[in-house]
Write a protein that binds this ligand. Structure first.
Ligand SMILES: *[C@@H]1O[C@H](CO)[C@@H](O)[C@H](O)[C@H]1NC(C)=O
Ligand SMILES: *[C@@H]1O[C@H](CO)[C@@H](O)[C@H](O)[C@H]1NC(C)=O
Ligand SMILES: *[C@@H]1O[C@H](CO)[C@@H](O)[C@H](O)[C@H]1NC(C)=O
Length: 396
């Protein structure tokens, strides 16, 4: 994920905040849904003022407005699954979302979480700023116009021609210091460099710019032009959803506790060998897919896969942010329950076989701020511990 906001943007945020809070609700742009969109909404489920789920007719879902999908035939389920997937169980998490208590989306519809008004500042902000991005091949850090990059990573990189990746990711609710920072833990399926970088991403995020709060939320993301255009969840056309049960952008109903109950969930991305579509799965639920045709390089295979954590360091108080990665604890402090983990990390090779990753390289942008340690014991498949506190004596 990416975020490019400098301190000058605070003025804009403030202005929009004032606008949103002080403007009568009826005048706030985007609050009502246009008639055309309305026609494809079959049912609306209201959780509270911050969470509204619209059940869209699957065959009129907004994603089908993508230019390459005008005559798209929806694939209802994957026709191939990777072989040799390591599953003891898909994760300790029951896949329930808060809105399930208030209703279900009928067969043939898909749930889309509505952007409620308090999120509009971020939409506006994003429209204001879309800097050009350079993908630095050596460091693999994305830099806006050569400005010192404020994204920090603790990740593993697995080079190779893959058609998928999966991992069980420990769920936490890290502290994010300011509303324009973020902390994410995710999988990246990638191809290309520089301006032709293609990615498919899935994981969890605390990302107030996108979601308007500090909860741990499920997200997917893609780009086919090195983030000049990138899209989270179903905010723009691309991802074709088929599941009536899971909405992107919802929170996880349970997260882990330090030294206590550990919660995790299996996230997976795999390319259907017949259709070429990239399916995304949470636990054992197939959610839908990114059609092969919306990509350039990823219409074929990836050339690497990455797993781990990323934060955005806003440096707003003249020092490193206290935004945490993972659960805010370093792998050096301890393993299970102490620091956060990825387990059952697997890549899917071109023969559609799931394998433990090989030739793994770690990339840790600043180990004094956030670190990563591969778990050599391999009891839960290939895995690693990662995370950190951000600002401390050695991370200024
Ligand atoms: C759609 O339009 C109908 C009729 O105008 C209205 O009653 C309903 O509330 C609208 N639904 C949404 C989700 O805006
Ligand atoms: C749309 O798809 C149908 C069925 O595959 C095909 O017959 C038709 O020619 C297509 N139309 C366009 C405009 O591509
Ligand atoms: C998820 O959101 C609901 C309300 O929308 C809230 O009641 C619940 O506490 C949240 N779960 C977590 C783990 O924060």
């Amino acid at each position: 994920m990416l975020k490019f906001i400098n301190s000058a943007s605070w003025a804009l945020i403030l202005a929009i905040f004032v606008y949103v809070v002080l403007t009568p609700k009826a005048l706030v742009a985007g609050r009502t849904i246009s008639d055309i969109v309305n026609k494809s909404i079959i049912k609306t489920i209201k959780v509270d003022n911050d969470e509204i789920i619209d059940c869209y007719d699957m065959f009129k879902q907004p994603s089908l407005n993508h230019p390459s999908l005008h005559n798209h035939t929806i694939q209802m389920r994957p026709s191939t699954y990777p072989k040799n997937i390591k599953v003891d169980n898909p994760g300790t998490l029951q896949v329930t979302q808060t809105w399930h208590k208030y209703g279900t989306c009928p067969h043939g519809t898909i749930p889309i979480r509505r952007n409620v008004e308090k999120h509009y500042y971020s939409t506006l902000l994003r429209k204001q700023r879309r800097p050009k991005i350079i993908h630095n091949k050596k460091s693999n850090i994305l830099q806006p116009n050569g400005i010192r990059d404020n994204h920090e990573y603790a990740i593993i990189k697995v080079p190779g021609s893959f058609i998928g990746a999966q991992a069980k990711i420990n769920l936490w609710n890290p502290t994010v210091e300011t509303m324009i920072e973020m902390s994410v833990s995710q999988i990246w399926v990638m191809a290309g460099d520089d301006s032709d970088l293609n990615t498919i991403e899935a994981g969890w995020a605390v990302d107030p710019t996108n979601f308007g709060d500090y909860q741990t939320r499920f997200f997917i993301m893609w780009t086919s032009d090195a983030y000049q255009h990138s899209c989270i969840n179903l905010r723009c056309p691309g991802f074709v959803q088929t599941s009536p049960d899971i909405a992107f952008g919802c929170n996880f109903t349970e997260v882990s506790t330090f030294n206590g109950d550990q919660k995790d969930a299996t996230f997976s991305i795999h390319k259907d060998q017949n259709s070429g579509n990239w399916w995304v799965q949470l636990q054992d639920i197939s959610l839908g897919y990114y059609p092969s045709s919306i990509f350039t390089l990823l219409s074929k295979t990836s050339d690497r896969v990455e797993f781990g954590g990323e934060i955005y360091n806003g440096r707003y108080n003249g020092r490193h942010t206290t935004t945490q990665m993972g659960n805010g604890h370093f792998p050096s402090e301890g393993g299970l329950g102490i620091s956060s983990y990825f387990s059952h990390v697997q890549v899917i090779n071109e023969n559609n076989e799931a394998k433990d990753p090989e030739d793994v390289k770690t990339y840790i942008s600043n180990p004094d701020c956030y670190d990563l340690k591969v778990d050599k014991k391999h009891t839960n498949g290939y895995g690693f511990y990662y995370g950190g506190s951000g600002y401390n004596d050695n991370c200024q």
